[in-house]
Structures are given as C-alpha cells and as structure tokens.
Design a protein around this ligand. Structure first.
Ligand code: AP5
Length: 216
C-alpha cells in the first residue's frame, strides 16, 4: 500500500506511522528522520540542511526529491511505502507524483491529520524522543516508564532542537503556506481522508484504520 501521512508539526505523523507499520508490511519513511540522521552524521546533505531545520524552515526541494527517490527504490519498498513529512511543497508533490507513476508506485491514500495550535504547542513542548531507536514519548500523554529513559532501548531521551514555541510558529506558517495546498491538490484524485488528530492516540488510530481499510 502506498500512503502519504501529512499534518503540521506535532500532529502525530510519527506516532501514527509507528502504529500503521505494525499492521502493514511497509517501511515508515520520514524525511525529517532522514535529514536528522544526515545532520548527526555530518554528511554534505546534513551540513546543507541543518540551518534550515534549526530555523523551522523547509529544506530546499532539490535536496529532498533526490533523497526520497533513492529511498523508494530500495528493496523494502516493494510492497509499498508510508511517507511521513513528504511531499511538503507543490514542487515536491508534482515531482513525486511523476516519479511514483514512473516506478509503478502511485499514491493510494493521503492521511491529512488536523489539530489546532494550542494542542500542537502542548505536544511539541512535551515531546521527548529517543535519538537511538526513534521512539516518541510525551511527558504527560505518553510518558516513558522511567523519566528520561527510553522504554525500548534504555537510551537517554532528548528534546528535539526545533521543539520550541518560536520554531513551532515558523513551522506552522510554512505548513499553512506551502504544505496545505498539497492536500487540495490531491483532493480531486479521491485519495484524501481528513483525520481529527486532536483526539487521543487510540481514537485517532481508529480513524486511520478506517481510512486505510477502504484501500487495503
Ligand atoms: P519533521 O521531522 O517531519 O517534523 P514535523 O513535520 O514538524 O513533524 P513532527 O515530527 O514535529 O511531528 P509529528 O507530526 O511526527 O508528531 P509526533 O508523532 O512526534 O521535519 C522536521 C524538519 O525537517 C522540518 O521543519 C524541515 O526543516 C525538514 N524537512 C522534513 N521533511 C522535509 C521536506 N519534505 N521538505 C523540506 N524540508 C523538510 O507527536 C508529537 C507529540 O505529540 C509526541 O510527544 C506524541 O507522543 C504526542 N502525540 C502524538 N499523537 C497524539 C495524540 N493523538 N494524542 C496525544 N498526544 C499525541
């Protein structure tokens, strides 16, 4: 199954993705995670992307498109993909559509997660992540068993560098101006499902499963 999951910063794309891949045999491909790994490893791409990410701005399209195309050609994408955080601009969306058709993997479902600003603020400031295994926690909604320690791998949890209220505002503005129009672009193709992601994780995942059930 070929899925895009979209929504503003903190909407729960990573959280829902972790649940989706437990039910479907497809990889979770997060362009944010791929970029952060490049920054950590200080690759050429990471050096170029870092300043944009720290400011909450989008990384230029040409860097992202090449990175995603290469990833989708890997063996584990044979049965499909779950793309999280991509495409993020209309330029990326059009290039992606052309590429997805060319490699025989057109989009079948676009999950549009919707959440208001105040809820996003709580989620972003309370988020803790494991830099080693990628597990996502929240100090109130989904705390780890031992404060500050990952349940899965025992590593120390961290706050993301861009998880401040200031950067959230920039990321929201970027989302409204550049990413939301992509949902309108896919809407006439009949693949978009709007999800009320302000609900708790279980209730949100129930809506996601219903949406994917229609194309499974
Ligand atoms: P990216 O990593 O994609 O960040 P984002 O889109 O800002 O989204 P987040 O990862 O912050 O949030 P999420 O929706 O995954 O929420 P989560 O599940 O963690 O991108 C980072 C940066 O990389 C961008 O700013 C840009 O610079 C660059 N970039 C990436 N892709 C790019 C592209 N294609 N083009 C250009 N630049 C790109 O949940 C958040 C918190 O809420 C967690 O603590 C979680 O436990 C909690 N939570 C989640 N769901 C619920 C729920 N239903 N109820 C209660 N709590 C919940």
């Amino acid at each position: 199954m070929n899925i895009l999951i979209m929504g503003p910063a903190g909407a729960g794309k990573g959280t829902m993705s972790d649940l989706i891949i437990k039910s479907y045999d497809i990889p979770h491909i997060s362009t944010g995670d791929m970029l952060r790994e490049n920054v950590r490893n200080n690759t050429e791409l990471g050096q170029q992307a870092r300043a944009y990410m720290d400011a909450g701005k989008l990384v230029p399209d040409e860097l992202i498109n090449a990175m995603v195309e290469k990833r989708l050609l890997e063996q584990d994408c044979q049965k499909g993909y779950l793309l999280d955080g991509f495409p993020r601009t209309l330029v990326q969306a059009k290039a992606f559509e052309e590429m997805a058709e060319r490699i025989g993997k057109p989009v079948e479902s676009v999950l549009a997660l919707e959440v208001g600003f105040e809820t996003l603020k709580d989620r972003i400031t309370g988020r803790r992540v494991c830099p080693k295994c990628g597990a996502i926690y929240h100090v109130v909604n989904h705390p780890s068993q031992t404060e500050g320690i990952c349940d899965s791998c025992g590593n120390e949890l961290q706050q993301r560098r861009d998880d401040t209220v200031e950067q959230l505002k920039v990321r929201m503005d970027e989302y409204e101006a550049k990413t939301k129009p992509i949902i309108d672009y896919f809407e006439p193709k009949g693949v978009v499902t709007h999800i009320d992601a302000s609900q708790n994780q279980d209730a949100t995942f129930t809506q996601v499963k219903e949406a994917l059930g229609k194309v499974a």
